[in-house]
Design a protein around this ligand. Structure first.
Ligand code: AQP
Length: 342
């Protein structure tokens, strides 16, 4: 794991706090799983963990309301199915805790226009959604900073694509702390080395994304066994045949990374295992391994997704717990800014 620079202590509970989230903006991919959710489950005993379904971020791109609602439930059910215990972690939906929007406004007044303009995700998504370059897409990183800073977060487990946003959250926290007095914990990134950036199967120079319109570009966590195996078989690779990590072999490098994440093997072990075997055999093995690795999660998910009442209860109690923590930060921030408290 790569952990980034240290943060100052700030009236913290004994255990350190983790915050992270996924947008319900499409069918979650193995990129979301390996870059984020899988690591969350490993951290849950050691840390106070707060995991959010970030639906407010999702509306920076147009969503069909019924799909957004359905995916919000699906994402929460996936968190639990992946092994996050709702009793020991706070699991909630972002729009259920209005403090996120409140702090986002406050922090927006401590964020520079130029900083937001430099964000590569804004540039990418503006290109992809040229007819809807809305202000929310531009200020997305401020809302993400609010998500993290509200909970005095120490560690943020994310894929590497979110590193630039995380650095901005740190800059905003430091700026606020310096202008007033220590208020926010300055968060560190927690980025996995092998799963940090899973690439598209259709174009391995591009990140795998849940909103990619090409269904063959990504493997969904909930894709069936046959679909996973067939997508892996069709993954774009170079014209070589040797299963070896290297320059100009983006497709094979990506499949080796995926295989290593699911098996726990190193790249060298993987290369050795497939020595003398061609790409076809390797792709079939990756497909089988991914399908096996996700099978218990899929089984658990199918039990949970039908129980809307249970999921509603988790959402409700998670939102209450999150709101209680968020309130303390908001009170402190508003006092420092100079708002009148009633
Ligand atoms: N390809 C990836 N490899 C590793 N990690 C990834 N993440 C996303 N894609 C990959 C990590 O998943 C977490 C949740 O991401 P998000 O939903 O907040 O937004 P995103 O990063 O924009 O993910 P997508 O799948 O690309 O969503 P869309 O298509 O809606 O933009 C984050 O920790 C992210 O790093």
């Amino acid at each position: 794991m790569i952990t980034e620079t240290n943060s100052p202590e700030n009236n913290k509970p004994a255990k350190k706090t983790i915050f992270s989230g996924v947008q319900p903006s499409g069918n979650l991919t193995i990129g979301n799983y390996l870059g984020a959710i899988k690591n969350w489950t490993v951290l849950q005993d050691e840390y106070n963990c707060i995991y959010c379904v970030v639906d407010m971020h999702a509306i920076t791109v147009r969503q069909v309301p019924a799909d957004l609602r359905r995916r919000t439930y699906e994402t929460l059910a996936l968190y639990i199915a992946a092994g996050l215990d709702p009793k020991s972690n706070i699991l909630f939906v972002q729009s259920h805790v209005p403090a996120h929007a409140v702090l986002s406004w406050d922090l927006g007044c401590f964020t520079m226009y130029g900083e937001l303009g430099r964000m590569t995700q804004f540039k990418d998504k503006s290109r992809k959604n040229a007819d809807n370059i809305n202000a929310g897409l531009f200020t997305y990183p401020v809302l993400m900073a609010a998500d993290i800073l509200l909970y005095q977060t120490d560690l943020v487990p994310v894929g590497i694509d979110q590193r630039q946003h995380l650095e901005l959250a740190r800059d905003i926290a430091i700026r606020f702390n310096n202008l007033y007095s220590p208020t926010f914990t300055v968060p560190e990134g927690y980025i996995p080395e092998t799963g940090m950036k899973i690439m598209s199967l259709a174009d391995p120079t591009k990140k795998m994304s849940k909103s990619d319109s090409n269904p063959n570009a990504s493997v969904g966590i909930l894709d069936s066994r046959d679909v996973i195996i067939s997508k892996m078989r069709r993954a774009v690779t170079d014209s070589g045949s040797e299963v070896r990590y290297g320059e100009g072999k983006d497709g094979i490098n990506n499949l080796i990374n995926i295989y290593c994440c699911f098996t726990g093997k190193t790249r060298e072990e993987t290369e050795k295992e497939f020595e003398g075997k061609g790409y076809g055999e390797f792709k079939a093995a990756v497909g089988e391994t991914v399908a096996d690795g996700l099978s218990s999660l899929r089984e658990e998910y199918s039990k949970l997704i039908g129980d809307k009442q249970y999921l509603d209860e988790i959402m409700r109690s998670g939102a209450e717990k999150a709101a209680a923590i968020a309130r303390k930060t908001i009170t402190k921030v508003h006092r420092k800014i100079g708002y009148v408290s009633l």
